[in-house]
Ligand binder design. Structure first.
Ligand code: UDX
Length: 437
């Protein structure tokens, strides 16, 4: 099939590349000339495990193309995906200006029946708005379908190639048939394509992300309570997670959820609800708790250093909002860095992928180091913000020789408590006993 993907961000690029991988011819369209030039020259613009190989292969096989010209990009395309940003506006609602602009542009240039698909996370009712915009100038028949993405950064390719499910919102039998054929190679293992109306599909995406954010936040509150009553959140997590109704995943407490989706989607769903005079109380509480959770460890750092952080040096491990990505959007690390800097702390940061992105925002206010050990040199403590695998089993003996004092503030619960006790580290984590405190 011939497919166009408008927008070459994380979602667009993964979507385009993965559709090319199963033999479709895909043209990706973006208004960013520099980005398109890079992509045309075979240079990938994001870091996503496994993507580069697919990207290079499909360019070579002449199944994956890039252009800044919308009319050229959609020529002969039977299917057009809209994978455009929907940033939160001032009031928290998703801003649809990019999507609606492209919808308006599409109307006059469609030359045959086309399925136009909303891939971006968009509020309920967006498909109708897109349809109206296109219809205003369209000379041919078309359908607008909602097909939300559920890709996790870091495993996006795997999520795309083997999705738990594909959600497709359309009432058009013609569009349904095309979507069924398009996704057939990806659901061969028997995972379902769930068809529904457009509004339900749009809401499904928000409901899924908001539910997961709530699940994490609930565990964060349980962890906070554990600290106060002397319980261990790891035990509680295992105890509840083995109930198949609850499930083991997304129960890890930490320093709050971040990223480009959860914060934005929870906020947007709460706003959509309030727009129709529904007070979504759980979501308001989730946002509140998450805000506090992000910098929860700062209070412990202050108490440990007797209220005076001025002149202290902290080795800061992990900057991306989660491992296996260079994405720092809404990363808890940034909030902690800001809080530590305002207390007069010197920060020596290390991250395997995200340093360049952080440099663009934080600049030379902090130091950047190639290895976790370099960052630890002469530091009064280590702060762990992201659970990169390389932090899981460091050489503690080597670290002991580098650190000024053996203190770790761990926002991701990476280490075994008895091990820390044995090694003589002062160890603070989330929802667990303080070791040698
Ligand atoms: C999420 C959804 O998982 C995905 O389906 C959707 O399409 C986009 O948003 P992503 O933003 O890539 O994906 O990250 P995810 O792995 O879901 O993690 C989100 C945040 O939750 C991260 O900050 C992570 O650290 C945090 N998290 C996750 C926890 O704190 N505890 C957990 O147990 C799981």
């Amino acid at each position: 099939m011939k497919i166009a993907v408008v927008g070459t961000g994380y979602v667009g690029l993964v979507t385009g590349t993965c559709f090319a991988e199963t033999g479709n011819t895909v043209t990706c369209v973006d208004i960013d000339q520099e980005k398109v030039k890079k992509l045309q020259n075979g240079k990938i613009t994001i870091y996503e495990p496994g993507l580069e190989q697919l990207f290079e292969r499909n360019i070579k096989q002449e199944r994956l193309f890039f252009t800044t010209n919308l009319a050229e990009g959609i020529k002969d395309a039977k299917i057009i995906f809209l994978a455009l940003p929907t940033p939160p506006g001032e009031d928290g609602s998703a801003d649809l200006k990019y999507i609606l602009k492209v919808a308006s542009d599409l109307g006059p240039i469609l030359s045959d029946y086309t399925v136009i698909i909303d891939k971006s996370t968009v509020p309920v009712g967006t498909a109708d708005k897109v349809r109206d915009r296109i219809a205003a100038n369209a000379k041919v028949e078309f359908d607008v379908v909602s097909n939300p993405e559920f890709l996790r950064e870091g495993v996006a390719v795997e999520d795309f190639m083997k999705p738990d499910r594909v959600v497709i919102g359309t009432n058009s039998p013609r569009a349904r048939k095309i979507m069924e054929a398009l996704y057939a190679p990806y659901v061969r293992q028997g995972n379902p394509i769930i068809f529904m109306d457009e509004r339900s599909a749009e809401l499904t995406k928000y409901a899924a992300n908001s539910f997961l954010a709530t699940k994490i936040t609930f565990m964060n509150e349980i962890a906070n309570l554990c600290e106060l009553v002397g319980a261990d959140v790891d035990s509680v997590r295992r105890g509840v997670g083995t109930d198949s109704r609850i499930g083991k995943r997304f129960l890890f407490p930490g320093i709050g959820y971040g990223g480009s989706c959860f914060p934005k989607d929870v906020q947007a769903l709460a706003k959509s609800a309030s727009d129709v005079k529904y007070d979504f109380r759980i979501l308001n509480a989730v946002m509140d708790v998450n805000e506090d959770q992000k910098t929860r460890l700062i209070e412990r750092i202050k108490t440990h250093f007797k209220g005076n952080l001025k002149g202290k040096t902290i080795a800061f491990w992990g900057l991306s909002f989660k491992p296996h990505t260079d994405d720092i959007r809404e990363a808890p690390s940034l909030y902690n860095i800001e809080a530590l800097l305002s207390e007069g702390v010197t920060i020596r940061a290390h991250d395997p992928e995200a340093i360049e992105n952080v440099k663009r925002i934080v600049g030379d206010k902090i130091g950047y180091f190639d290895t976790p050990y370099d960052a630890a040199e002469g530091a009064d403590a280590i702060f762990i913000a992201t659970e990169w695998p390389e932090f899981r089993t460091p050489d503690f003996e080597k670290l002991s020789g580098l650190l000024k004092s053996k203190v770790i503030f761990d926002g991701r619960n990476l280490y075994d408590l008895s091990n820390m006790k044995e090694l003589g580290y002062t160890y603070f984590s989330i929802g667990r006993e303080v070791i040698n405190g």
